[in-house]
Design a binder for this molecule. Structure first.
Ligand code: AMP
Ligand code: MG
Length: 505
């Protein structure tokens, strides 16, 4: 039985306060035999206004493993539904997670503090509610990497080992992750109530989401359409950032898409090595639904599901004419998604190319073609995506010698480089300035799949040193210093060819 001990968090639990049971079920973290802290994010603790010292020792391990409930926590498992690989599940919910509560961080932002892997809840169905050390440390590595890359993401505050084995394909050491999020509201949360025809609850949820994420829309007559538009814009921008670092989420089900615009759920995610829009690493993604290049289409598909869920709110009444008008308005948002995404993508690509992000609109087509041709070159010659962009910065300074060896046919590269030099040169500035700017947006270090796997395998065998070294490198992705050399090198092609990721269940 969990006991109340520490008061490290100043909880202010708006979700539990504003919404009733039905939106959630009360939950209690399971008690585990031997809590031990594997990771504590002191930087994030500071940002949250949490006393990291108080949480560093045994007391912290007890909190982060779920054995001790910090004062003010009101643990609940949230209800949600979701389309998984295109098929609708009317009831998913936090089956192995619970929300401890919310805090206001030092920037005044409301953040959820949640446990993942903390045992069974009302939504666990057949599952054990537990998680293993490897997948929870993966959340740390990828989340911190994304954060350092400037990509909105949930983050890990801590991981505690439980001292209890969990049964997967094999017996694995168990762990609990403490996850920090702008909120855990998902597209699937709206689908849960929409599917049940619970329109009052749907409206309550939407108003809660608006107050939390889009407070300028509070009380406005078109706020539900406004919410849809904002979520769509955030996701359009988010997926653009993913593409620009080579990230594949791997399981973009509607229950894994946030309303806040943060990336959530680092299960079967992976980074591409050689550029390939069709790249898929997830063992269960047989059809390539969540392939690298398919992500913008899927994001739009998910937004269409959100639009359907919100339709009863967007419509002024149930009259046919009002519903038809709502469908029209929602469709406009869904149809605008590709252009929002393309604009965000091109902004990011321009920065990667060393061009001003706000070029004239009449330059869009030529710049988009310049990037498309570059990516086509990478694809045709199976060039490492991350290295190629990074070494393009060297080429901005006239140092083509690093870039050239990545290409089997350098003539095609030279022709493209001539076009790129002509375009970037038109903007003035020295090559060195351009190179410096490019190195701030083209990472040298990403969580390369083989390095992540090696770190997690060692951690599963109780050796945290590789995990800690990799994490330190991932926190400085744009440095590219000599000490990071191991983390900049691609995996051998045959390793990548055989690489598979698994859902962290
Ligand atoms: P995910 O694929 O991690 O996004 O999870 C999809 C759904 O399955 C969510 O409702 C999870 O809470 C639930 N789930 C995943 N793993 C477990 C588990 N080990 N025990 C109970 N529920 C789980
Ligand atoms: Mg999930």
């Amino acid at each position: 039985m969990a006991v109340q001990t520490l008061t490290p968090f100043r909880f202010d639990n708006s979700y539990a306060r504003a919404l009733q049971p039905g939106f959630y079920a009360p939950a209690r973290p399971a008690t585990v035999p031997a809590p031990r802290l594997l990771f504590l994010n002191r930087e994030l603790a500071d940002e949250l206004g949490v006393d990291a010292e108080a949480l560093g020792g045994e007391a912290g391990a007890a909190v982060f493993a779920g054995n001790a409930l910090p004062e003010g926590a009101e643990p609940i498992a949230q209800a949600y539904a979701g389309h998984q690989f295109g098929g609708f599940s009317p009831q998913l919910g936090d089956g192995r997670a619970l929300l401890l509560g919310e805090v206001i961080d030092t920037h005044g932002r409301r953040r959820d503090i949640a446990l993942k892997g903390s045992g069974r809840t009302a939504f666990s169905r057949g599952g054990d509610g537990k998680a293993a050390v490897g997948p929870m440390l993966r959340e740390v590595l990828i989340g911190e990497a994304m954060h350092a890359l400037g990509i909105p993401t949930t983050r890990a505050l801590a991981v505690a080992a439980t001292g209890e084995p969990v049964r997967r394909e094999a017996l694995l050491p168990g762990a609990v992750l403490t996850r920090v999020a702008a909120s855990h509201l998902r597209v699937g949360t709206f689908q849960f109530f929409a599917a049940r025809g619970q329109i009052d609850q749907l409206r309550q949820l939407a108003d809660y989401a608006i107050a939390r994420h889009d407070p300028d829309l509070v009380g406005t007559p078109d706020r539900f359409l406004g919410l849809l538009r904002r979520v769509a814009q955030r996701q359009a921008a988010l997926v653009a950032q993913w593409l620009n670092v080579g990230f594949i989420h791997g399981v973009m089900n509607t229950d894994n898409m946030t309303v806040s615009g943060e990336t959530i759920d680092y299960g079967p995610c992976a980074f591409i090595e050689a550029y390939d829009p069709e790249a898929v690493f997830s063992s269960i993604d047989h059809g390539g639904r969540y392939a690298y290049g398919n992500q913008p289409l899927i994001a739009r598909w998910n937004i269409a599901r959100l639009a359907e869920a919100l339709l009863p709110l967007i419509a002024a009444s149930e009259d046919e004419a009002d519903v038809a008008r709502a469908v029209e308005q929602a469709t406009e948002v869904i149809d605008a998604f590709p252009a929002w995404h393309a604009a965000a993508l091109l902004r990011g690509q321009r920065a990667k190319l060393g061009l001003p992000v706000d070029a004239r609109p009449d330059e869009d087509e030529a710049d988009a073609a310049l990037v498309a041709d570059w990516l086509a070159l990478l694809q045709a010659q199976k060039v490492d995506f991350t290295l190629a962009w990074r070494r393009l910065a060297d080429a901005a300074e006239g140092q083509d010698v690093w870039l050239q060896p990545l290409f089997a046919d350098p003539a095609a590269l030279d022709a493209w480089l001539a076009r790129w030099h002509a375009r970037t040169g038109a903007h003035g500035g020295t090559g060195a300035d351009r190179a410096a700017r490019m190195r701030q947006v083209n990472p040298a270090v990403i969580p390369r799949n083989h390095q992540v796997e090696a770190a997690l395998a060692a951690a599963t065998d109780d050796d945290l040193a590789p995990f800690e070294r990799l994490l330190a490198a991932l926190k400085r992705p744009f440095d590219g210093t000599a000490d990071q050399a191991d983390y900049m090198a691609p995996a051998p092609a045959d390793v990548t060819a055989g690489y598979q990721t698994f859902c962290g269940t």
